[in-house]
Structures are given as structure tokens and as C-alpha cells.
Design a protein around this ligand. Structure first.
Ligand SMILES: C[S@@+](CC[C@H](N)C(=O)[O-])C[C@H]1O[C@@H](n2cnc3c(N)ncnc32)[C@H](O)[C@@H]1O
Length: 319
């Protein structure tokens, strides 16, 4: 529990009072001692930037706010920039200057307005978050507050009726008048959009549309903070090892570059020169020529074959 090793009285940030650090502690453990790049959108007086600087002792902390605090001391692994979270050009300029290989962690604690949060999320997530990186959206529950600029008080009647109607046979359900659906816009609507992205593969199957993986490895919705982990490039074989038997064995190789760019899959048999096996952003193909005693290394590269993204070694079981 990293935060328990810090003197939390030294930092002025509501993350402490709201108990968010207990959740961050559980999720950020793999990054603690690494040379990470962290971006926080929403600086206020800079208390959380100082907290993250000490929380990640080898990290570089970058803060963005449309209005920076007047006397904030930069340096010591903290950089700050003035601009809006809605300005994609500004976001890219800061990212290219401070984290050209992408951020490891991005935290949005800025406007808490659905449309602005959405705009910066998709831009930063797609272009400036590393594969396997973490994106946290704080205070998403503001979307349920009727005194928040794009909030709306939760209306349980509308939700329950909607749910009941969907369970009834059509001849009954048509007789029930459904009030305007609640909480499907603003911040809460945006969070529900993230649920749909997590379900992208199932949605495609349901619609018999061309299949695609979710851009998310996982999505965790906690009472105060939503965490999205970006999918990373992946290649796998099933079954592996390939069962023993007569003749040649068969496995299916599946891969995804987890990005918008294409990939290339090559195979090297017994460490010899590789040959092309497949090429696309994601896909799967059968390898029905697996021999006992040989080692097959399937390698997923970026499209120009300069970067190895992932690999899997396939063998045949001996009995
Ligand atoms: C909740 S405070 C940030 C608190 C800080 N992260 C902490 O924990 O101490 C929200 C900040 O977001 C900034 N903000 C609001 N709308 C913004 C926008 N559209 N772009 C950038 N920053 C914005 C505000 O100026 C304010 O300083």
C-alpha cells in the first residue's frame, strides 16, 4: 500500500479525503518503482501533482489546467501546461513534448463534464496512452447531481420501468409508457459508452458484424473513479501444446496489434529464418503443420516489421 508510506498531511488534494488512494494503491502497484510518465488533467493548486511525484519516486509528472496556480513551483519531476482538456491540438503538443512514447498513466480530474471528458479521453487514449497503460476518470458520479452543469438527478422510476418493459412480452410492453430514459447522457452516459466499448467483441457477434476486439483490456467502475486499462498487442495459440497424434497437428493462431495500425505475423521454425504467416491489425488463422520435436515461434510485428510487439512459442505434445 504505497500511500501508507507517505505523510498524507503534506498534500492538499481531495483524493485523500475521498478515499481514492485506497483504490489507486491496489491498481497502480505494477508502476510504483518504474520510470513512468503520468499526466493529470486538472491541477488546481498542484497538491495532487506533488502527491504523484512522491508516490512514484522515479516518475515524471505532467499537469494540465486551463488556469494554472500562480505560484506553483515546477521542476523536481513536475511540469505544468496551461490549456483546455477539450483542445486536442494542445493535448497532443504537451504529450509529444513530455511523453513522445506515450503516457503510462493518465488521470482526468478536470471539468467532470461528460462531453469534455469524452473528448479528451478518446484523443489521449487512442494517441497518447501506451498499450497496457491506465486511464483514470475521477468523480464520474457528478453526472447524477442535478446542480452540476451537465448532471441530472437519478430517476429510479424511469430505469426500473425501462427494465420491466424489456422483460414483458411485446403486447404488454407496448402499453407501458416509458418516461424519458434517465442518465444516458452527460458524464454517466459517457461512462456507459465505455461499457459498450468493453463489450465491442460481443456487440459484433450479436450483430453478426465483422468482429473486433475491445480497445480495453479491462474496465473497473468504482464509486469515485473509473479505471480503463488499454489493451496491449497480443498473440496466442490454441491449443498449445498441440495434442500428440498421428500426422501433422493443428493449432489456431490469434493476434491483435491493439491499435489502429496494421500488423504482420511471421513464424520461425526451429530458430531458422522467418516466413510470413499473416498480416492484418487482428485476425486468426490455422497452422495445420505442427510436427513433434519442432519449435514454432510466431512473432507479431508492426506493419513495417521494425518492432516486435508480441510472440508465442508453439510445440507439439509428445504423448
Ligand atoms: C478538482 S480540480 C483538480 C484537483 C487536483 N487534481 C487535485 O487533486 O488537487 C479541477 C481543476 O480542473 C480545471 N479545469 C476545469 N475545466 C477544465 C478544462 N476544460 N480544461 C482543463 N482544466 C480544467 C479547473 O481549473 C480546476 O483547477
Amino acid at each position: 500500500m504505497r500511500s501508507k508510506r507517505l505523510n498524507l498531511d503534506a498534500y492538499e488534494t481531495d483524493k485523500i479525503r475521498l478515499g481514492y488512494l485506497d483504490v489507486y494503491d491496489a491498481i497502480t502497484a505494477p508502476w510504483i518503482d518504474k520510470e513512468i510518465k503520468l499526466l493529470e488533467v486538472g491541477v488546481y493548486q498542484g497538491g495532487s501533482l506533488k502527491l504523484w511525484r512522491d508516490y512514484f519516486p522515479r516518475g515524471t509528472i505532467v499537469g494540465i489546467d486551463r488556469k494554472l496556480p500562480q505560484h506553483f513551483q515546477r521542476g523536481e519531476r513536475i511540469q505544468v501546461f496551461a490549456g483546455s482538456q477539450a483542445d486536442k491540438e494542445f493535448l497532443s503538443k504537451v504529450a509529444n513534448e513530455t511523453a513522445p512514447d506515450g503516457f503510462d498513466i493518465i488521470i482526468d480530474d478536470a471539468s467532470h463534464i461528460g462531453e469534455l471528458t469524452r473528448r479528451s479521453f478518446w484523443h489521449l487514449f487512442d494517441h497518447h496512452l501506451k498499450p497496457g497503460g491506465l486511464y483514470a476518470i475521477e468523480d464520474w458520479g457528478t453526472g447524477y447531481l442535478d446542480d452540476f452543469s451537465d448532471g441530472k438527478r437519478f430517476d429510479p422510476k424511469a430505469s426500473i420501468l425501462g427494465c420491466v418493459r424489456s422483460m414483458l412480452p411485446r403486447r404488454f410492453s407496448r402499453r407501458i409508457k416509458l418516461p424519458v430514459p434517465c442518465d444516458s447522457y452527460g458524464m454517466v452516459g459517457f461512462i456507459k459508452e465505455l461499457v459498450d466499448e468493453q463489450g465491442a467483441a460481443s456487440i459484433a457477434m450479436g450483430q453478426k458484424a465483422s468482429w473486433r476486439r475491445s480497445k480495453f483490456k479491462n474496465l473497473l467502475i468504482t464509486p469515485g473513479v473509473v479505471f480503463v486499462t488499454k489493451a496491449a498487442p497480443d498473440i496466442s495459440a490454441f491449443p498449445n501444446p498441440v495434442p500428440a497424434g498421428d500426422g501433422l497437428g493443428k493449432t489456431t493462431i490469434s493476434w491483435s496489434t491493439a491499435s489502429i495500425s496494421a500488423g504482420k505475423v511471421c513464424v520461425s521454425v526451429d530458430n531458422r529464418q522467418e516466413s510470413l504467416f499473416g498480416g492484418s491489425r487482428q485476425g486468426s488463422a490455422a497452422a495445420n503443420w505442427i510436427r513433434a520435436g519442432s519449435t514454432y515461434e510466431f512473432r507479431l510485428y508492426d506493419s513495417d516489421h521494425t518492432r516486435l510487439l508480441a510472440k508465442v512459442v508453439v510445440r507439439r505434445a509428445t504423448e
